[in-house]
Design a protein around this ligand. Sequence first.
Ligand code: 86X
Length: 582
Amino acid sequence: MPTQFKDALSLIKRSEFAHPFLISSVLSSEITAVIVGFASFTSLLPAFRWVASQHRMATTSSKNARKKEVKKETGLGLTYKKDENFGEWYSEVVVNSEMIEYYDISGCYILRPWTMAIWETLEAFFDLEIKKMNVKNAYFPLFVTENVLQKEKDHIEGFAPEVAWVTKSGQSDLEIPIAIRPTSETVMYPYFSKWIRGHRDLPLKLNQWCNVVRWEFSHPTPFIRSREFLWQEGHTAFATKEEADKEVLEILELYRRIYEEYLAIPVIKGKKSELEKFAGGFYTTSVEAFIPNTGRGIQGATSHCLGQNFAKMFEIDFENEKGEKAKVWQNSWAYSTRTIGVMVMVHGDDKGLLLPPKVAAVQVIVVPVPYKDADTQAIFAACSSTVQTLQAAGFKAEHDLRENYSPGWKYSHWEMKGVPLRIEIGPKDLANNQVRVVRRDNGVKADIPVASLVEKIKDILISIQENLFNTAKQKRDASVKVVQTWDEFIAALNDKKMILAPWCDEEEVEKDVKTRTKGELGAAKTLCTPFDQPRLPEGNSNFCSSLLQSHNFNDLIDHFVSSDFFYRFICLKIFFFVFKIF
Ligand code: 86X
């Protein structure tokens, strides 16, 4: 391992989701198929009971262990700190905030209501927007036969070990095993071929909200890498390349809005390199986010132009206006529940989850603070009327009137769950006709007159949403390093930076960077060529040659110097970004 990576690696080793791209081949030969059996419900009952009892045993013993641990620490808080043990912190936050419950199949997680509320908010936004674009929802089957799946051999080949198969029904083998969809190109496109005849059948724009299964072998992480996940997959067909190109960017803009406007996470829009694009497609665009704690970029969502590759394989032809036979131009695009994992990682802190108001299931939690001799009933009534006023004004407000928990316990509980704003109502507030508000993002407290409740709460929630985005952007921007030489590149990589590096768009250079940065846990890879290219400093004509010289690409320099140059971003072990020089 190159010594310059020792530091970075020690950081990575402590982080649980850091391994992924690196050890993917280690286990892949062990299991190549998943067997799922069907059986009648009654014959399965004893098995269900057994699973249930095992599960109770497991959760009870781990609960006891956890109780002890937590007690030792803060009473109700987290055992791990975000900056000290990011991987453990993440697992603890998603569970303690009641987003995720672990399941007895590795890589599969229960998405609890606190998670699903966020997913549904994103879904409602995206679904409305694509309907404005005249995309229609459909639903295609979960299963696909081997024949159909293999139809598109080239792109399936690399993915084959991830495909899960159903091979049995009860005790008997199925005549032909059927695969569970890892993505739906092969499921849908035979029907695109059937449904598209003439130019009047175009464009065909379908989307489906569904689950997919990819039996990954690298370290599973809730939301970020799970074996079953939820997504939307859009699949569209056009008569012309121009229409397809336009849609790719329209969808990418919706993905940017999901991250920036809803999840308060800054992303970089750009184009994937040939090496990193979806192999079956023509070109791939993406939004890329950054996780400061790991120093890694993470692909947020992708919008592909498939060109006519799939049209050739699946014979998706149409008669154009001139009466000639032509092939359609296709796109596909997806975002998944990974969005939620990125949100947890970017905004969460040592108190737990931190939800942007726009996606929070509860935006305002109202907690009564009854002192000994106070009029508890009046305080409870004030809490109820506060909730009513806020709900009537369109806010997601709830109260926590449970009498068996102290106000302090409730504060920690709702902080752990990431509720952006807390309202406390005690005797003094009642007397002054005010409420006390406490922000989850910065802990700032204020007293608000009941008369101006709605406007004030609105302003504060907007301010929290903005603050989360600005804070995340500051951290992201501070993690971007523009490099000029290979030495700077390596230094920045070890410093957990996302790197903006010049690149000539040559695959050899990209592969060479991968080889040179390879350690036990992986290598740097390109993230994208950002569409927004930075203004370059004056007199940078040596920029690329400097990188290339120290890179031992002397033989290529003449060629590169005479061709277009690009700036690229490179990020710790995994990514580089590309900036084009004009
Ligand atoms: C790539 C490509 C594409 C539609 C999208 O990114 C947007 C929505 N699909 C997905 N991909 C695979 O094609 C794939 C195929 C198999 Cl068989 C697999 F097991 C895993 C896969 N993972 C990704």
